[in-house]
Design a protein around this ligand. Sequence first.
Ligand code: SF4
Length: 362
Amino acid sequence: MILSQLYDKALNLESLNTDQGEFLYDHAPLEELMFVANELRQKHVPGKNVGWMIDRNVNITNICFSQCRFCNFCRKKSDKDAYVTTQEEYKAKIDELFALGGDQLLLQGGMNPDLGLDFYIDLFKKLKELYPALKLHALGPPEIVFLAEKEKMSFRDVLTKLIDAGLDSLPGAGAEILSDRVRLIVSPAKASSAEWLDVMRTAHFLNLPTSATMMYGHIETRRERIEHLVSIRDLQDMKPEGYYGFVAFIPWPFQDEGTYLRERHGIRSSFSSTDYIRLIAVSRIMLNNIKNIQASILTVGKDTGMLSLHAGANDLGSIMIEENVVSAAGGGNRFSAEELQSIIKEAGFVPVRRNQKYEIYN
Ligand code: SF4
């Protein structure tokens, strides 16, 4: 394979296949990868704007049957520190969110066997009644699979009922690596790759905005990372014209501290700054049909986050007022709204505040 031909193909917004993507990832000089990815960023999002947002993560419950082997957050029902968030706690957290100028809630948590579809419908309705301006970015494909199985309903019916109750967008949580070889080792009880993609396909046809993610740097191969990107691109190609589909792609590295994978199997995170920059650039090149590439500054930190903006990323995500799942395994970077904006400026860009659909606030 000849690198310059692959660059030309990418710059024409043509789709690279898995072999071509893997070849670029393994062999392209970093400087050239960054250049091509930057050019593509300019085609998708011209100019210097870099998105950021204010949102708040509230965990619905930490009780989860899935017990993923990279997760320090989940608890069994019998554990002393197991919880289900109460209405009073939601109110206090949402009041604080609005006081800080935000209006978006990222609602995630464990798959608690005691909580069925009615619980979530009731929760969403109550929150929307109390706070009509609130936007709910909630659950994720594994929870939809779990609820569909529990209620013996289709993905479409579960999603439709949640949208009717107030769901505004569906996070791409639980994608990890879309390879069943990998999933059987790191998260065997969770949705399969096909199920994750099926839920997202259904959401896309309902015109529910979604995001795509990747949690990498554990036991997957580089080829499996590329295959993951190709699966996401292929699904995005199927969305109806003019519908939201995946509004962004966000990769983040495995945080290994105290996890079962590290403690029991000695698997450490393979994260390095240069590999993250390469991955951001390759993602921009492979995902020729997704507009926004977001760097996960929460997990990779300020310096790598800034460099990502020169490698195809156009967004640094949220100040994330509260985050418990990633931080429970060592992903501990925190930034205020002012800090995040000054980081974007320091990198040479213009911070623009956006919502969960990646639309800029005027
Ligand atoms: S990552 Fe999510 S699904 Fe997996 S055990 Fe933790 S809370 Fe449960």
